[in-house]
Write a protein that binds this ligand. Structure first.
Ligand SMILES: *Cc1c(COP(=O)(O)O)cnc(C)c1O
Length: 380
């Protein structure tokens, strides 16, 4: 069984993907070919924003926005403690300070009550200037943007949605990657919409920001790339990746997004009441980058993972370490007690195989093992 089955997906779309790649090779437009422009237009239209700017990966996408907003030393950026390293890394990379915020026990996304407290505390301390919030759509579920946008407005902060895992989700029909002042996503192969290497994109409705980002991603270009008006980086999406993504985006829209939600329901029916299953609030739709259950203790989680492995079933722990405990952030000042929920989640979560091509028989197998394990281990 595959944790995320990219092989079956390729076999299903092999003809279209192969011919899309061959077309790029034949025309030898490896950088910035028409496929990139077409993909950007399709992505912007799907998400429902004016501009989509593709780039080399999801980390660069976040970093480019930090550059465009001139985030620098002395700035405080509020980031959830339970996320992939990038979300905090790009803040420190600019010399700014990530202020980690604990997450909600049910949604795993940034806890908005604790977010507001962290902002107030930062203002009162007076050492850092609060500038922006980077909410993450963890495991495919959009963050609580209604509340986040209210808080951002109250304290005059920018919002950058990290939609690396959230692409395809929505809140009452408003798509992930359309929230905040700007949003980013990643096309890393295992993300909801993945390419065959690295890739990323930025979304915004702001014309000026879009122009600035287009310049920053190509060496701070002015009229052309040999006219350089600012210091930038080299961060482009390859034409081959864009060609692959065009095929994969239509599969994603046509059936893959619905299929992961079908897998979610099949898992839920069999695991409800046995373990803690993912919580999707009313009006929210997840793109299920992960299907993550919660066990009662660290011992129970590790024992279940071992049991699954014995039976040939891959599972992953996203994430085993909270951001604030990463060695790279040991220079920051924080109190471990402020991260009660994240600490607990890192000890107890387990992500099960999840992808659009997962068959009911395999879901059944995974759930039977979990069922038997829980019934035989009542001591936990
Ligand atoms: C994957 C991921 C990123 C980084 O994307 P890359 O394309 O791997 O650079 C950033 N944030 C989150 C939450 C992610 O899951």
């Amino acid at each position: 069984m595959e944790f995320r089955d990219l092989k079956t997906q390729y076999q299903k779309y092999k003809q279209e993907i192969d011919s899309a790649i061959i077309e790029v090779l034949t025309k030898a437009n490896y950088i910035g070919g028409k496929e990139v422009k077409e993909l950007e237009a399709q992505l912007a239209s799907y998400v429902g924003v004016k501009h989509c700017i593709t780039c080399a990966n999801g980390t660069d996408a976040l970093n480019l926005v930090m550059m465009a907003w001139n985030i620098k030393e002395g700035d405080a950026i509020f980031v959830p403690d339970f996320t992939f390293f990038s979300t905090g890394e790009i803040v420190s990379f600019r010399g700014a300070t990530p202020v980690f915020v604990d997450v909600d026990r049910k949604t795993f996304n940034i806890d908005t009550t604790k977010l507001e407290k962290a902002i107030i505390r930062t203002i009162e301390e007076g050492k850092l200037a609060p500038k922006a919030i980077i909410p993450v759509d963890l495991f495919g579920l959009p963050a609580n943007f209604e509340e986040i946008e209210r808080i951002a407005k109250k304290y005059n902060l920018l919002v950058l949605e990290d939609g690396a895992q959230g692409f395809g989700g929505n809140i009452n029909g408003k798509m992930a990657c359309s929230f905040g002042n700007a949003a980013t996503t990643s096309f890393f192969p295992a993300k909801p919409l993945g390419c065959y290497g690295d890739g990323g994109a930025i979304f915004t409705n702001n014309d000026e920001l879009a122009e600035l980002l287009k310049s920053l991603k190509i060496h701070g270009k002015g009229d052309d790339k040999y006219d350089n008006v600012r210091i930038g980086v080299n961060s482009r999406l390859d034409t081959i990746q864009a060609a692959i993504l065009k095929v994969k985006l239509s599969a994603f829209i046509n059936h893959e997004l619905e299929d992961v939600n079908r897998v979610f329901r099949l898992y839920n029916e069999r695991l409800d009441g046995i373990v803690e299953i993912p919580f999707i609030p009313e009006g929210y739709y997840s793109s299920f980058a992960q299907y993550t259950i919660k066990l009662k203790s660290n011992e129970q989680r590790d024992a279940l993972q071992a049991k699954l492995k014995e039976n040939g079933i891959p599972s992953m722990i996203y994430y085993i370490k909270p951001m604030h405990r990463q060695g790279a952030f040991s220079y920051l000042d924080f109190d471990d007690k402020d991260f009660e929920v994240t600490n607990e989640l890192c000890d107890t979560v387990l992500s099960l195989p999840m992808h659009p091509y997962l068959i009911e028989e395999d879901i059944e197998k995974v759930c039977n093992i979990i069922n038997d394990f829980i019934k035989l281990q009542p001591i936990y």
